[in-house]
Design a protein around this ligand. Structure first.
Ligand code: ADP
Ligand code: MG
Length: 416
């Protein structure tokens, strides 16, 4: 526990940022039906601010006088909180600014953090409006915990801060492709999963990581005997080696990494590709575990030998979506990244089975040899497939090499 929200009376109470276009476009009616009365009955002073464009919340938070507010709460999906976190980290006074308690009221189609916070209370799983009401109660109670943030370096040298996930391959494609089914709400991920399963793809790239102190390498289990795992499930042994054996990045292997300038997709500014994570050009903490993307990973990192993936997913909360308990052990403040990757060779049936089992967090019990799970402090991913999608907290970022490291308890979050 890291304090309570309402111990200090601030002039404006809580800032409630609402994205009217999130989810099925019903955030405003969710507020008036469920949240407004709760806040009034609990005498929680609040100011509602409705965003009218992407990055509006980011701009508001970057320039706000934070001494006026008890907390910054969003009513939307995870994407709006991503804006808020990054708006805070872009401030000159980021170190103090990121201490303001953050909160989430699920009104989007991707409500992974809300589902995670609810899960941490130990209560039985709920969805949709019940999850919203649960988070509304937490906000009225006002207990605050620490929240891990992950610093993510993109190919252009830009850095973003993430509270949830980095995804590449199957999961990232589903997240972005399923935008077109947003009118069905959270079910869009299941629809997207089925569509993408029908045209399952392999993604080439290299993955390396720095294991956490309590990481246990999953021993490659014996071939699965379940009849559901179809006969073209190859059970090739999974091997890793340390970075000392072979550098992850060979010079000039990728045009983004040979020191030539690359185009910064968000601002169209040309920035050098050799940004040194130990000399942050912007604000935020030093990433002491990372070396520049143009250099090989440090010798104490583990390099995954296989380079053909179906997905790579780094998570630091328990849920990937309202109904996907992907990292059952995760906590809000833990100081480690749960790194999952699925190797080429898995059958469609086996992959579907993993996603179905994930609803209750049962996917790891299958000991599927293609699914690997490691606890790490940092990782680097270098896609070799020329085009693709990488998401951070469900938001699409520039495609190319990424690396990231965890910062334990850097932010604060309203929890149960
Ligand atoms: P959902 O879970 O439904 O995707 P998000 O909160 O993730 O909801 O928001 C989706 C996207 O909408 C994010 O990229 C966010 O930055 C953006 N956004 C925020 N406010 C607005 C707005 N007023 N109009 C359009 N897009 C917005
Ligand atoms: Mg979203």
């Amino acid at each position: 526990r890291d304090g309570v929200l309402y111990d200090v009376c601030r002039p404006c109470g809580i800032m409630l940022l609402l994205n009217p276009s999130s989810g099925r476009g019903q955030a405003m009616s969710l507020f008036s039906t469920h949240i407004q009365r709760m806040l009034t009955e609990a005498a929680v002073p609040h100011t509602l601010l409705i965003t009218d464009h992407q990055n509006h919340a980011r701009e508001l938070v970057r320039n706000a006088d934070l001494s006026q507010w008890n907390a910054l709460i969003i009513l939307s999906g995870d994407g709006l909180l991503f804006e808020v976190v990054n708006g805070l980290m872009e401030r000159e006074d980021w170190e103090e600014a990121i201490q303001i308690p953050l909160g989430i009221l699920p009104g989007g189609s991707g409500n992974a953090l809300a589902a995670s916070i609810h899960h941490y209370t130990g209560a039985a799983a709920v969805w949709g409006e019940d999850l919203l009401v649960s988070c509304g109660f937490m906000l009225c109670k006002g207990l605050v915990s620490r929240l891990d943030l992950v610093s993510v370096h993109l190919a252009s040298g830009n850095r973003v801060f993430s509270f949830l996930s980095v995804a590449w391959g199957f999961v990232a494609d589903v997240d972005i492709e399923s935008e077109k089914y947003r009118h069905v709400g959270a079910v869009r991920f299941m629809v997207g999963t089925l569509v993408r399963l029908a045209s399952l793809r392999i993604y080439q790239g290299r993955l390396a990581f720095l294991p956490a102190s309590d990481d246990k390498e999953l021993s490659a289990p014996s071939p699965p005997s379940s009849p559901l795992l179809s006969s073209f499930t190859f059970c090739s042994p999974v091997s890793c080696h340390t970075a000392a054996d072979q550098p992850l990045v060979r010079q000039n292997q990728n045009p983004l990494q040979n020191g030539s300038p690359v185009q910064n997709s968000s601002s169209n500014a040309v920035v050098p590709a050799r940004a040194d994570p130990n000399e942050p050009t912007k604000h935020g903490p030093v990433d002491s575990l990372l070396v520049p993307l143009s250099e090989p990973v440090p010798q104490n990192w583990t390099v995954v030998e296989r380079q053909d993936f179906v997905l790579v997913l780094a998570m630091y909360q328990s849920h990937l979506a309202e109904d996907l308990l992907t990292a059952p052990e995760a906590k809000a403040e833990e100081g480690c990244i749960h790194l999952f990757y699925v190797l080429e060779g898995i059958s469609r049936a086996a992959l579907l089975r993993l996603f179905l089992a994930m609803e209750k967090g049962g996917h790891l019990a299958y000991e599927c040899p293609h699914l690997q799970y490691r606890k790490v402090q940092a990782f680097r991913l270098e896609p070799r497939t020329p085009q693709g999608v990488i998401t951070v907290d469900g938001e699409q970022v520039e495609y190319g090499p990424v690396q990231a490291q965890i910062h334990k308890g850097l932010a604060r979050l309203v929890t149960g």
